[in-house]
Design a protein around this ligand. Sequence first.
Ligand code: PMP
Length: 301
Amino acid sequence: MTERWVYMSGEYVKKEDAKVSVFDHGFLYGDGVFEGIRVYDGNVFRLREHLVRLYDSAKSIMLRIPYTLEEMEQAVVETVRKNQLRDAYIRLIVSRGVGELCLDPEKCSRPEVIIIADQVRLFPQETYEKGLHIVTVPTRRNVPDALNPKIKSLNYLNNILVKIEANRAGVGEALMLNSDGYVAEGSGDNIFIVKRGVLYTPPGYVGALEGITRQAIIDLAHQLQLPVKEEPFTRHDVYVADEAFLTGTAAEVIAVVNVDGREIGDGKPGPITRQLLAEFRRLVRVDGVKVYPESAVGVHA
Ligand code: PMP
């Protein structure tokens, strides 16, 4: 098996030895921020945008990341290179660090920066071809003035409850509504619907993470001259949509073909969804930061 190295606050540690303290506030309280990033054929897709979101999330929770954004960018690229990966999933974590057994972040010595780069766990091809059945679950999205869903924090219990409810309902993903009953997002993806050639996706203030994939799809839609509206909508609008799909770093673009027992469109991935997935798969190879200089031949993992 290929040796894997994890970046831990400036050092590379073997995967087996990459351990954090039980006194780390990321572990004790979910106090920290993170990113999930993909590398496609040596291109770290929209790395800048991921880092901007990471630094914004950290600023919002008053966590000072001990590196500049440029230094972090270098560390991410080097971690992928060190692991000789061309196609990878990166998990970048900044926790508040080791502290005392109390909430107070001021008792934490220094933030811990962790970068894991490993092979991607891909969704089966069948998921893209057939699309997903999903349900709406009882758990609502955190209200923005409690823990704002725009912050990609280590506190994912809201999303985990949704995932548990999806599992129990026998589906792979679920829809979360906000406290006013508007559609927010999935447990780990954003949602789009298509109606009469127009794309709709909930705006961030409804209670959704401003996904990097979501923005890439908005950009591609503009290029394809498909109108996009970021506005609130209800479950009803999803039920009567012509197409629906989820977007996310792991999911990419996955059609939703049934919601709460209602078939969406004709129950198959729609033409706009399929076109956007194809365009997205082209974009991910070129838009971002290159890990390997042109001349070097990267190792296929
Ligand atoms: N919403 C939530 C709650 C998520 O965890 C994710 C995955 N990061 C997304 C949406 C999709 O965001 P992105 O496209 O940046 O992966």
